[in-house]
Design a protein around this ligand. Structure first.
Ligand code: ADP
Ligand code: MG
Length: 338
């Protein structure tokens, strides 16, 4: 056996990156979430070759001060939490301080940023190393350009699926963030073609129409409900509008898209016997709760969560959906589209 030694930080970052940056869509998710955490009102995502050539995310958020721009790429460096107590009350999408160092360790990254009009800065990292840090003309906000993803991790490159699948994953990630943030104008372009553009006017049904089509959005009904701990708002499809997979179900907790099989089951249970076997509804469910009730620190990608009062929440969802659809049945079809 050889001696135990601490790994060089570049190597440690690369190991950690494996968990955060699985595929191009993970990079897109982390960057857009950073833009939203920076209170951007506009986020533009520009992709070339399914993210393998470039991923660019441009926002009009707070920007990063010149003195902090290198620190943003240090592992576990974050402006979002600072104490143990904060970890149990996460209000932002990010908090682990891992995304930028992870992405920079497996790609070529340029970040241009300004906190106001005038002076800005630009840093260039490649394979985890700082290449340059200069003053730059930049609009207020932040622009991150990631290219040559996985250039130094060939195994990861090989593991990627077809260009089409990787693009579908990117579209899925951006769609879900857009559904969770109708107040942010989000656009997605691939090889110069626009795939999504939301208005940022806070109108969820309009975002749904932009993603699933106007006809589909019209066949969805608004749901609302609350109990002592949870507030629920969103849209669910009428029982005759279904899909063959669960992919059209989006569940957001405090603006974060999450996966939770109990919540999905509750939603489907709300349809009672109205769904055909093997068919699933379309739905967007926004859940608001005290961050204390949800532990997002389960996995580096932050899509799995632990809920303190899951049975209570599950009951609320089932009831709200069931009651809303029962009400819908009472309204004659002719009045539906008025
Ligand atoms: P985390 O989001 O978990 O804090 P990241 O590695 O994603 O960690 O980012 C590190 C820090 O860099 C953030 O805490 C934030 O202060 C800053 N940052 C990253 N992206 C942006 C952005 N688009 N606008 C403003 N600040 C940003
Ligand atoms: Mg982040």
């Amino acid at each position: 056996m050889s001696k135990i030694q601490a790994l060089a930080s570049v190597l440690a970052d690369q190991i950690a990156a494996g968990e955060v940056v699985e595929r191009p869509a993970s990079v897109v998710k982390e960057l857009v979430e950073n833009s939203i955490d920076a209170h951007a009102t506009t986020v533009d995502v520009l992709i070339e070759a399914s993210g393998l050539k470039t991923i660019q995310v441009i926002d009009d958020g707070s920007g990063i001060d010149d003195e902090e721009v290198e620190l943003a790429f240090a592992r576990h460096a974050t402006s979002k939490i600072s104490s143990r107590a904060d970890l149990f009350r996460v209000h932002s999408l990010g908090f682990r301080g891992e995304a930028l160092p992870s992405i920079a360790s497996v790609a070529d990254v340029w970040l241009k940023t300004a906190t106001g009009v005038g002076a800005g800065s630009q840093v260039h990292f490649k394979g985890g190393q700082l290449v340059s840090h200069t003053a730059a003309q930049a609009r207020p906000g932040t622009e991150v350009t990631v290219s040559d993803l996985f250039f130094n991790t060939p195994a990861r490159l090989k593991y990627l699926k077809s260009a089409q699948t990787e693009l579908a994953n990117i579209v899925d990630v951006v769609n879900r963030i857009a559904l969770g943030h109708p107040e942010v104008a989000i656009s997605l372009q691939h090889n110069g073609h626009e795939l999504l553009r939301t208005a940022g006017r806070g109108d969820l049904q309009q975002v749904i129409a932009g993603i699933y089509g106007v006809q589909t959005a019209r066949k969805m009904v608004e749901i609302k409900g609350e109990d002592a701990d949870f507030t629920l708002a969103g849209f669910v499809s009428r029982p005759e509008l279904t899909r063959a997979s669960r992919n059209y179900l989006t569940v957001l907790i405090n603006g974060r898209a999450i996966r939770n099989s109990q919540i999905t089951k509750a939603l489907i249970k709300g349809y009672g016997s109205k769904l055909m076997v093997g068919r699933y509804p379309l739905a967007v469910i926004n859940l608001q709760m005290d961050p204390f009730l949800v532990d997002v620190n389960v996995h580096p990608t932050k899509q799995e969560v632990r809920l303190s009062k899951e049975p209570q929440l599950v009951k609320l969802i089932d009831q709200v959906v069931y009651q809303r659809l029962a009400q819908e049945n009472l309204i004659p079809d002719a009045y539906q589209n008025l």
